[in-house]
Ligand binder design. Sequence first.
Ligand code: PLZ
Length: 472
Amino acid sequence: MLDADTSLPHSTTGGQPTSASATLSDRAPEQRRRLVTEIPGPRSRELAGRKSGAVASGVGTMLPVYVERAGGGILVDVDGNHLVDLGSGIAVTNVGNAAPAVVDGVREQVERFTHTCFMITPYEGYVAVCEALNRLTPGDHEKRSALFNSGAEAVENAVKIARHATGREAVVVFDHAYHGRTNLTMAMTAKSMPYKSGFGPFAGEIYRAPMSYPFRDATAGLDADGAAAAARAIATIESQVGAANTACVVIEPIQGEGGFVVPAPGFLPALAQWCTEHGVLFVADEIQTGFARTGDLFACEHEGVVPDLITTAKGIAGGLPLAAVTGRAEVMDAVHTGGLGGTYGGNPVACAAALGAIATVEEHDLAGAARGIGDVALPLLRDLAAECPAIGDVRGRGAMLAIEVVQPGTTLPDPKEAARISAACHRQGVVTLTCGTWGNVLRLLPPLVIGHDVLRDGLSVLAGAVRAGAPS
Ligand code: PLZ
């Protein structure tokens, strides 16, 4: 595994990379937080002014520092500020920004050809990415994959495939789920504002079951045990949908936008078991959890769950738009030839990036690096929670970690305090993201190549921001 303190990502050899870690490092900006202006600085503010005159206001920006370059655990803005990246562009740059193997693969591909459309005249990169996905995703059964452009598009296609393969229509999703912003995936996403409000009517045959949310189940007087939570979800499906009508159950093994909710142990296996017994396809949406983020290559592996279909995107291609559905060969191949596709799906440049990103994840044991990040961050966050009653819960796995902010002494969500903490981090040059149905969860998802010194610096800024809150 990476020795993040010493080998990443700023140590250069002054020439060609001479070691595995140097290949991850030699083009990254200096790995140190450094502010030379206020945040955002004057150049960023000028660009934000141009944005309001040119970009639709429905497209928001959380932290309007305009990025000039990025790598390792650092984003450099147009004013020369070096910010600590604890967001990875929402779990995308797991291998770091501009990772050398991604850059080299893209450069080589873009010079040869940029597009032919795989459905018209195909190319090797697409096949190679599918082979890699079939090899790396959970389960040693025969698999097939298909490539798309975005996470939402992958989820849409997983539903198409599941309906076609089962001849059933109903799709079961969960409270707090996030699956995208297209019409079908908006219906699957739980949270109204900002994702759905005013954008209906939504696609039909989508049903919502209760999620296992240990922190809130326990305080709501429910049995927080995974088996009990699964029994509640299954009872809802059986009574409100009917197993015989259900094509698939779609679930994030750790929920992302919905609040980094980690289901209780046993919940996912019980659900998967029920699906198998009833001919319902179990679809794991690993778009946010995939590609080593949680310390396993895929989060399902943690409990040995083998999904029938798995959707991936984000971390798959080091920042280029690519997504995939991978699954049991007989399920994937149930669809007639020509039934799946799209002009750009599996674009050759994105495929080259994916091959570089996947090689980086494997060669540098980024799953081990994610576990290392958790080992550094979790004890610090737990100590902070013991000290600060605004933190109701600390949870997550590997490099997918969160604190849930509550009104002290209660479990009532406190989105204002979460926003205050996040804004305080931003002002000090640490990029933190919030999430959650109530917007009260502060999430940490740094690039897996972040140095531990940079990570600790970011965490100490976060701790300071939490401590600066209202005394209990
Ligand atoms: N499934 C589990 O996390 C994307 C979206 C942010 P796309 N999450 C970040 C926002 O506000 O739009 C996501 C996800 C899970 C599906 C998706 C959708 O992936 O690539 O954004 O379409």
